[in-house]
Write a protein that binds this ligand. Structure first.
Ligand SMILES: Nc1nc2c(ncn2[C@@H]2O[C@H](COP(=O)(O)OP(=O)(O)OP(=O)(O)O)[C@@H](O)[C@H]2O)c(=O)[nH]1
Ligand SMILES: [Mg+2]
Length: 362
């Protein structure tokens, strides 16, 4: 009954071969109490005069009665139109599919990306959908969790550097790069039994260069019975400095364990990266960061941070107006980015800082 409570339109399917039954009448009474539009599909009506079928079931008091045959594909368009005509306006103006968060599964061949996606698709709360009118890859999956919808995108795995390269590999590399650029959050998947390869390090660098929030997903954890999560995390921290901010999740796609939790983490990164920081809060953080660690004097010039403005989200992008901006080096910018992230509660996603020369304080 839960589905009935939340539906915009109800389709009551009756058996035209059997004809109107007391049970149909009982269900119809229940549905009438719900106060929702009801359309009747009089199924198995092949070989019957449609008019006759309709006449019989109109006694239930719902309009229209559509004579259908699911097996012979009769009346389905008509049924679809009848349903669409009864949808409330808000449901017709469906969500803008392209505006939903895009989480992309990236990683080497065989690490378990497709298995992860399938593990989620198997579950009831999943919506597996091919949205009409869009030209998505067949493997894009529309998911819903806690009333929130988002895309999960599978990609073809990347080969190891030492494997021979052919045109297929070349295109999967290009597709992966494009998937990273188009994604809002990367699920960067590794095989728990394997160390990081050169390919992984390159992928990590690209993720960082593109300022993409990232969850490192260590999959096949079921095959690593003696491994300790803390030790594995320390190994990654050491070997993957470019993804230092990325939370790490340990999953088993085969057993379906911790897959949904991983998506929770990914969505929280999406939210962090979408944050709009109030200007006073940003400036208070800037003042504090500068007080803790002043930019060093370079070539006789001492930079001063004057004020900051957020100019974008995903990634959170801040213009920092400074005196002697040229004297601010990469190291100080790294410090400032990391410290602002901590102070603003955005410390799991990359921030982009643009340092601008300004002479006067606002
Ligand atoms: N034991 C175990 N096996 C897994 C797990 N996840 C995936 N596998 C197995 O690993 C193999 C590869 O899984 P896929 O999901 O096809 O890997 P993929 O990353 O999509 O591979 P490509 O599409 O080639 O890039 C399959 O035999 C899976 O059954 C896991 O968590 N535990
Ligand atoms: Mg796959």
């Amino acid at each position: 009954m839960a589905g009935v409570q939340t539906a915009h339109v109800l389709v009551l399917v009756v058996d035209a071969k059997e004809g109107l039954t007391p049970q149909d009448q009982h269900i119809a009474r229940r549905l009438r109490q719900m106060g929702r539009p009801v359309v009747i599909a009089a199924n198995k009506s092949e070989g019957k005069e449609a008019g006759m079928t309709v006449g019989e079931f109109s006694a239930l008091g719902f309009d229209p009665v559509v004579a259908t045959s699911a097996v012979h594909r009769i009346g389905l368009d008509e049924l679809g139109e009848a349903v669409a005509a009864r949808l409330p306006e808000a449901a017709k103006v469906e969500e803008d599919w392209d505006a939903l968060p895009r989480l992309a599964l990236i990683g080497r061949r065989n690490v378990g990306k497709s298995s992860f996606l399938n593990a989620l698709a198997r579950e009831e709360r999943t919506i597996v959908s091919d949205v009409p009118g869009t030209t998505r890859d067949a493997v894009d999956l529309l998911l819903q969790k806690d009333n929130r919808r988002f895309w999960l995108i599978d990609t073809a795995g990347l080969r190891r550097m030492k494997e021979p390269e052919g045109p297929v590999e070349f295109f999967s590399q290009v597709r992966t790069e494009r998937a990273i650029r188009r994604a809002d959050v990367i699920l960067f998947m590794l095989d728990a039994r394997e160390g990081l390869s050169t390919t992984d390090l390159k992928t990590a660098d690209l993720i960082r260069e593109e300022y993409k929030p990232c969850v490192v997903v260590v999959n096949k954890w079921d095959l690593a019975p003696k491994a300790v999560t803390g030790e594995y995390a320390a190994y990654l921290e050491n070997r993957l400095p470019s993804l230092r901010l990325a939370p790490i999740c340990f999953t088993s796609a085969r057993e379906g364990s911790r897959c949904w939790q991983t998506l929770d983490v990914a969505l929280s990164l999406y939210d962090q990266a979408s944050t709009e920081v109030p200007t006073p809060q940003l400036n208070a953080a800037l003042v504090r960061a500068e007080r803790e660690h002043e930019p060093p004097v370079r070539k006789g010039r001492k930079p001063r941070l004057l004020y900051g403005v957020q100019v974008g989200v995903r990634p959170p992008t801040f213009v920092i107006h400074c005196r002697h901006a040229q004297a601010i080096d990469a190291k100080y910018k790294r410090f400032l980015g990391a410290r602002l992230g901590e102070l603003l509660g955005l410390d799991e996603v990359p921030l982009r800082l643009l340092v601008r020369e300004t002479t006067r304080k606002r």
